[in-house]
Design a protein around this ligand. Structure first.
Ligand code: ADP
Length: 399
């Protein structure tokens, strides 16, 4: 029997590199290992698990190694080599946060593609450089292995202009790319890919998806294509998140600048790192911790979050002119029973009727949690962005 192809998926940030190793199965790639190096520039730490979540490694990187993305990647590759008996990789897929207007599909990496990615850095200065770094390193370390870039924005390029543009002078969207790009696209694309097997009415109709994690957003899918989303030019717009404010009057930013005399860095820090659930609660950005607290600010932070999800849900349903399904996904969406319950209660007037017993159940499989008579079907569907990247990488390799 021919050896199955190995696909490495890389998701790199400023201080961590996450990886997943897949093997091409009979229909879909199958996960073999996943892990990460965290704290790359502070205390680099490597951990890895197999597909059954059994811990296989949990160790500090040797202090003798330089603290860099390069060292972290070399460590990951060495571990993978040991655990795959030296089998060669068929392809490496990368998560890249921003594809701008240039990339509406995954693409195979070439020197020209890397140069085009560099041009997108100003659109996502906090993330894009860290996505590009491992691509360059791996091109040197493993020049014979093809690489594919997969974008968090690409899935949303199908949105009509009315949902992509801001009400700013037109040339700003054309010349400067000041428009709404969406994000979390690989997660929505994964949900869209499994929806036909779960609910054909929703897949052929209108679905609102709530991706609720540390970063949270929602999207409206019309026949599984994105037509609107809550995140915009950056991943700051829309819902409040773990530490991000979500939508805020741009006048507040002007007030910070002109009256409070905060500089750009301080404002960035405030809006990205000190706001959202953390800012409102004064306690934590983590839903589990907020749920465990009886502090009134923690409760308010959750109520606020829920209220905005419901309001954005109704707004997206308007963009779709009604909705047939509501899908919850990501850390909070998949696990937090009470967020789902309270969002659904607030959307009851739109025909959402939750089956509270089903909603309280636990399963890692996709499941319906609405009553049979509910006009809008509600689902919990675990997302799998890494699998989406592995599929794209293989597809690009074959075409
Ligand atoms: P990221 O956006 O970093 O991928 P996740 O999708 O993992 O984040 O979501 C992290 C969030 O999910 C945190 O707020 C965490 O508290 C929440 N979460 C994870 N498990 C549970 C759970 N069992 N109950 C409630 N919230 C949970």
């Amino acid at each position: 029997m021919p050896e199955q192809q190995l696909i490495l998926v890389i998701n790199a940030g400023s201080s961590s590199i996450k990886f997943s190793l897949f093997e091409q199965g009979s229909t879909d790639p199958t996960l073999l290992y996943k892990g990460q190096v965290e704290g790359i520039y502070t205390e680099p730490h490597f951990s890895a698990k197999d597909a059954a979540d059994t811990k296989l490694a949990d160790e500090a990187l040797p202090a003798s190694q330089p603290k860099s993305h390069d060292s972290a990647l070399r460590h990951i590759l060495a571990w993978l080599r040991e655990h795959t008996a030296g089998r060669t990789l068929a392809v490496i897929g990368h998560r890249v946060v921003h594809g701008g207007r240039r990339f509406s599909h995954p693409e195979r990496v070439t020197p020209e593609v890397i140069a085009e990615l560099e041009l997108l850095v100003p659109l996502a200065p906090l993330h894009e450089p860290h996505n590009i770094t491992p691509i360059r390193i791996l091109a040197e370390l493993l020049p014979e292995v093809p690489q594919v870039v997969c974008f968090d924005t690409a899935f949303h390029t199908t949105q009509p202009d009315v949902n992509q543009l801001y009400a700013l002078p037109h040339q700003l969207s054309e010349a400067e790319g000041i428009r709404r790009y969406g994000f979390h696209g690989l997660s929505y694309e994964y949900i869209a890919s499994v929806l036909p097997g779960i609910d054909t009415r929703a897949a052929e109709g209108r679905t609102v998806v709530a991706h609720l994690g540390n970063g949270s957003s929602m999207a409206a899918l019309d026949r599984c294509r994105s037509i609107a989303s809550t995140m915009g030019f950056t991943a700051l717009e829309g819902l409040p998140m773990g530490t991000r404010s979500g939508s805020i009057d741009a006048g507040v930013v002007l007030h910070f600048l002109n009256h409070l005399k905060l500089d750009a860095k301080a404002i960035e820090d405030l809006l990205y790192k000190q706001s959202g659930l953390l800012g409102l609660s004064g306690l934590s950005s983590d839903m589990r911790e907020l749920r465990g607290s009886d502090d009134e600010h923690a409760r308010f932070a959750i109520d606020y979050f829920v209220s905005k999800i419901a309001r954005e849900g109704a707004s997206l349903a308007t963009a779709l002119q009604g909705f047939d399904a509501l899908v919850f996904t990501a850390g909070i969406g998949e696990n937090d029973v009470l967020t789902r319950r309270d969002v659904c209660r607030q959307l009851r007037w739109l025909g959402v009727e939750l089956d509270e017993a089903a909603n309280a159940g636990r399963s890692s499989a996709p499941r319906r949690v609405s009553l049979p008579e509910s006009r809008v079907s509600v689902y919990v569907i675990p997302t799998n962005e890494e699998l989406m990247i592995a599929r794209h990488a293989l597809h690009c390799l074959a075409h």
